[in-house]
Design a binder for this molecule. Sequence first.
Ligand code: DAT
Length: 176
Amino acid sequence: MRTNPNIVITGTPGVGKTTHAELLARNTGLKHLPINQVAKEHDCHEDWDEELQTWIVDEDKLLDALEPLVAPGGCILDWHACDLFPQRWVDLVVVIRCDSTTLFDRLTARGYSGKKLDENMDAEIMQMLLEEAKEGYDEEIVVELYSEVAEDVEQNVERVEQWIEAWKKAKNEERA
Ligand code: DAT
């Protein structure tokens, strides 16, 4: 049984996943796994999608690479998708959300344009990641948090820290 939870932080690119994951890792000692980086390090990038200017990932290979990292618990999985992670790995799914005007500014600042910008804007407006999370996992473990200004990050991370404490307490009681 895990003594530390595995937490998925997901959402449309630009909503603030990495910002949250880094602060949460710093405050809790959980391990931040930026999945893009893991995919790159384990050679899981299959192909380059020219139109969307993004890598296509070999998901089976990625899951094989992740399994030994995630199995002991205590990981923060930071990615713009969530449904590929097996339910048994995941204790909490945090879906970061953001107002579309804010997101537009963040993505254009990052150099996104054309179809890549449009698709990501649509994904956020249609709350695709929230739906994906709710479909993939027990709704009780899915939380939606907004990230517009810096204080939001601190408050959100604090909420997740409280959740982690409650999770640990419940696990200790189960074990006793
Ligand atoms: P993601 O990992 O979801 O792509 P990020 O953490 O890299 O997002 O954040 C994208 C940009 O937006 C980055 O410049 C930091 C900024 N940002 C994110 N959340 C923010 C917030 N709540 N307040 C101010 N800036 C934020």
